[in-house]
Structure formats: structure tokens, C-alpha cells
Design a protein around this ligand. Structure first.
Ligand SMILES: Nc1ncnc2c1ncn2[C@@H]1O[C@H](COP(=O)(O)OP(=O)(O)OP(=O)(O)O)[C@@H](O)[C@H]1O
Length: 298
């Protein structure tokens, strides 16, 4: 970890009216402008390609021409000071926001402007910054909700226990039990999720996202608000999900020691622009990254 990169959480000024982003010279893929996404399909096709994405809210440029690729099997961290555009990027990938311009491709096919349920159907899951569990439902039931894209009859067609066959229900419950074992939460499987500690609730959220068997898992600040031990455990489960389950992961995270530890690839945003794209070591020594973080602590 670079001492100069320690993040203090102080907000930067609004992105409105910031200078245009400099040209993106960090592109390594077919998205360097020489080939459109639709012609880029091959065995080396990235799992996700983000090309020249812009997003404006009135006069605020939340994202300004951001491009990067996510390779299969990697952990990509998206970092940047407050207001850099990280959550906006996650919201675009999962279909909650529509980009003002630019393209998204998943597995080589153009997927810009899909609705969130269609994005989930492709195999993209996410967790949110704030806890988003179903109050009153047990740990098992909350994780079972994550199976909905695999349920033939739909989860809420008639309630959690209706609408799909006994055999299908057994298969889903068995899969959920495997997730519960993987996350070491066997002892609390029947406990109402909202009565658990914050760290355990975040782990259940991870379980619900993993229950979807995602090809791409987006984790938006999964360690925010956790104590040191909870963070260590969460890092271990994220790394295991990547290695043992083969899940490609996009991690949005402020804790630079975690980012340095766990990431194969780091994209740095600042004021809606991509300012660096490379390995953790490369971005940590990048002058523009150091300047952006120094600016955030001044
Ligand atoms: N729904 C919205 N309406 C208006 N402005 C928005 C909206 N969502 C984001 N913004 C603005 O877009 C910019 C980027 O915000 P975003 O939340 O994506 O940044 P971030 O990097 O995730 O920040 P943080 O680390 O604080 O979560 C900010 O200036 C923010 O105020």
C-alpha cells in the first residue's frame, strides 16, 4: 500500500463543470477504437467491455468517456475519491442507469440499455453499499431469493414455497446449503437475517448474490462499516469466490490495503474520468492517481 493513497473519505467538489477527460491511452483491448464491440468476439473476448461510457445528471458529468475491459476470472477493483463515478458505473452495468452515450458488451455481445432483470438473466449479480436484505426472512430464505433467475416458476409467483415443484425446491435448497457451508454460516441458517450483526448481514448478502451463480459479481463497498476482523473475513470469502467458484468480480472499494491485496486489475476514476488502468502496483505508483488521492486529503 502506498502511504500517499490512504483514503480519508473527504468529499471532492462536485464533478459539474470539470475539465474534459484527457485521451485514454491505457486501453489494451479491441476497444482502442480500431474495432467496434460487435467485431471483437474471440476466445480472448473480455467478459465485460465498457466503451466510452458517459453519464450526465443535468450539468453533472458523473462519467465522461470511461472505457475498460474485465477479463474472465479476474478481480477488478474500481477505485477513486468520493463522487468519482464508481457507483454510477456499477448502476450502468447492472441496468439501473442508462448511459448518456457509450456501449457495454457482455461476452462479446452488445448489452447497452438492458433492464436490470435482463442483466441479471445474463449472469450479472451485485451487492449494494447499503444493506438490502429482506427483513423478517431467515438467512436461508434470503439466500434462496438469489436463486430466482434459475427458478422455472419465478420466486414470487405464489410465495417463497409455492410455484415450483417439490423436486425443484429441493435442488435450490441444496444449492443454498452449499453456499451456507461455503460462507461458514451454518449455525445461523434459520435466524432472521435482520437480527444478525452488520458483518454477518453483509455475508448473507454475498451469499444471496452467489446463489445466482453469477458469471460476473459486482460488490459495491462490501466492507464499508466493518471492523478489522469482519473485513478480513469478507476479503477471504471474496478471494475464495473468485478462486474456488471461478467468479469474475468487480469490486468497488475505498480500503486501499484491501484493493492492493486482492486485485488482479485496478481502474481508477476521478471526477468521472478514468485516470489509470493497470495492476495494483502500476496504479499505486501512477502520478495522476497519487495526485487525485492527495487532492482528496488536502
Ligand atoms: N441519481 C443521481 N442524481 C444526480 N446526481 C447523481 C446521481 N447519482 C450520482 N450522482 C452524481 O454523480 C457523481 C458521481 O457519483 P457516484 O455516486 O457515482 O460516485 P462514487 O465514486 O460512487 O462516490 P462515493 O465513493 O461517495 O460512493 C457525483 O457528483 C454524484 O453527486
Amino acid at each position: 500500500m502506498q502511504p500517499g493513497l490512504t483514503y480519508t473519505g473527504r468529499a471532492l467538489p462536485e464533478a459539474a463543470g470539470h475539465a474534459p477527460c484527457p485521451p485514454d491511452n491505457a486501453q489494451t483491448s479491441s476497444l482502442d477504437g480500431t474495432a467496434p464491440i460487435s467485431q471483437a468476439v474471440s476466445v480472448d473476448t473480455p467478459l465485460l467491455s465498457v466503451e466510452d461510457i458517459c453519464l450526465s445528471f443535468g450539468g453533472i458529468h458523473a462519467l465522461d468517456g470511461v472505457s475498460y475491459d474485465v477479463s474472465r476470472g479476474e478481480i477488478l477493483s474500481i477505485i477513486g475519491p468520493n463522487g468519482a463515478g464508481k457507483t454510477s458505473m456499477a448502476n450502468i452495468i447492472c441496468g439501473l442507469y442508462k448511459p448518456t452515450s457509450g456501449r457495454i458488451a457482455f461476452e462479446g455481445k452488445s448489452r447497452t440499455n438492458l433492464a436490470p432483470q435482463s442483466v441479471a438473466g445474463l449472469g450479472i449479480s451485485r451487492t449494494f453499499q447499503n444493506l438490502a436484505l429482506f427483513r423478517g426472512l431467515s438467512v436461508i430464505e434470503n439466500i434462496l431469493v438469489g436463486r430466482h433467475r434459475h427458478m422455472r416458476a419465478g420466486l414470487f409467483g405464489g410465495g417463497l414455497h409455492w410455484g415450483f415443484s417439490r423436486q425443484e425446491e429441493l435442488e435450490h435448497r441444496q444449492f443454498v446449503e452449499e453456499i451456507i457451508t461455503f460462507l461458514e454460516i451454518e449455525d445461523i441458517r434459520s435466524v432472521p437475517a435482520d437480527t444478525l450483526s452488520y458483518g454477518l448481514q453483509k455475508r448473507v448478502e454475498l451469499g444471496r448474490a452467489l446463489a445466482a451463480e453469477p458469471k460476473l459479481l459486482m460488490l459495491d463497498e462490501p466492507m464499508a462499516g466493518m471492523n478489522g476482523d469482519e473485513k478480513l473475513e469478507m476479503v477471504r470469502f471474496i478471494a475464495d469466490a473468485n478462486v474456488d467458484l471461478g467468479t469474475t468480480i468487480i469490486l468497488i472499494e475505498h480500503d486501499m490495503s484491501v484493493v492492493m491485496d486482492i486485485s488482479d486489475h485496478v481502474v481508477v476514476l476521478d471526477h468521472g474520468c478514468k485516470i489509470a488502468d493497470g495492476t495494483a502496483e502500476e496504479v499505486a505508483s501512477d502520478d495522476s492517481v497519487i495526485k487525485a488521492y492527495m487532492g482528496a486529503t488536502e
